[in-house]
Write a protein that binds this ligand. Structure first.
Ligand code: FAD
Length: 303
């Protein structure tokens, strides 16, 4: 048993993973239907969320010369300017993911009925324009909001490129839905429709600009700090937020694995599921931004 544990540790160190991938054979594993548990407002907020976001952003501080705490609202711009390209990329990916989560909760916000609370079913769900403005308007974010929204497009393009880069791998896979017609349809949607649609945008980001001159140490650090973020997700104190948070961090980790892989791409089933669903969340956020919050964008926020 100890030997197997050692092998596993060795494999983990060697692995090109950016996230710890959960073991699907564990007996306490549960299957969740994502379509029944959509990402939306949960009311999760306060000191706990501040601690989590702060811990996530502070994984970025290893890029700073003085290793100062990164997460400081007032100093954020100052610190971001001091970062190298890899550091800025790391920050923009996290910020883009944060924007996507915020957009989802603003787009599917819960308005309790008069006298009702957040927990009851008595109320309605819908977009909350005031909440969106509070989170992204330059006036309420020290001018940072529009930049955070641009970071959403950044992470979207990176995941898009990763999916496109792995197209041959996706072509070679079998898809099991439990229904043969759906299996064929799923493969068709992915390998024909999706790839065709994303192909024109697949070169907007070039991963070869990062870790130039074979900077392997920086790449290993980048990977390790990203792994720390995937571990921080286990501390999220709201089950639905944790579900979507973990899934989307794994989607990003899988994208980075594809983009920076030195050996032929090899993905686990859960990585493929996370990547496709995570990318869907980012696309949905962009759709929401351009539809539900169009008036805010036009009248207050310039991208
Ligand atoms: C992993 C995770 C998943 C979550 N999922 C959900 C969910 O599904 N539903 C839900 O209702 N809540 C969710 N939450 C909580 C949600 O993200 C907020 O933390 C919460 O709504 C409180 O918001 P806030 O106004 O305090 O600002 P927060 O969103 O907590 O942000 C804290 C600070 O970070 C900075 N900031 C904000 N956005 C960005 C950005 N895009 N880029 C850079 N800096 C930024 C600002 O200075 C802000 O004050 C989740 C939290 C975490 C950590």
């Amino acid at each position: 048993m100890q030997t197997i544990e050692k092998w596993k540790q060795f494999d983990d160190i060697q692995s090109e993973n950016f996230c710890d991938v959960d073991d699907e054979t564990r007996s306490d594993m549960e299957y969740i239907d994502l379509s029944l548990n959509i990402e939306r407002f949960t009311g999760y907020s306060g000191v706990s969320t501040q601690r989590i976001w702060s811990a996530i952003y502070n994984e970025n501080c290893f890029f700073l010369p003085e290793s100062k705490l990164y997460y400081n609202l007032r100093q954020k711009r100052l610190n971001a300017d001091k970062l190298c390209l890899e550091g800025r990329t790391f920050y923009r990916l996290i910020s883009g993911l944060h924007s996507s989560i915020s957009i989802h909760l603003c787009a599917q916000y819960f308005f309790p009925s008069v006298g009702g609370g957040y927990s009851g079913s008595d109320g309605r769900w819908g977009p909350n324009l005031d909440e969106f403005r509070r989170r992204f308007d330059p006036e309420t974010t020290d001018g940072e909001g529009p930049g955070w929204l641009k970071n959403l497009y950044f992470i979207y393009l990176i995941e898009l490129r990763a999916i496109y880069k792995a197209r041959d791998y996706f072509h070679s896979q079998n898809y099991f839905t439990g229904n043969q017609t759906d299996d064929i349809h799923t493969k068709q949607l992915l390998t024909e429709n999706l790839f065709q649609q994303i192909q024109p945008f697949a070169n907007y980001f070039n991963e070869n600009d990062l870790f130039k001159n074979g900077n392997e140490e920086l790449k290993a650090d980048f990977r390790e700090h990203f792994r720390n973020i995937s571990r921080i997700m286990d501390c999220v104190g709201c089950d639905k937020c944790k579900l979507w948070g973990k899934l989307q961090v794994q989607a990003l980790g899988t994208s980075l694995k594809i983009l920076f892989a030195e050996s032929p791409i090899q993905l686990q089933r859960s990585e493929i599921v996370a990547l496709i669903n995570g990318f869907t969340q980012l696309s949905t956020s962009i759709y929401r931004l351009e539809h539900s919050f169009k008036t805010c964008l036009r009248n207050h926020i310039e991208l």
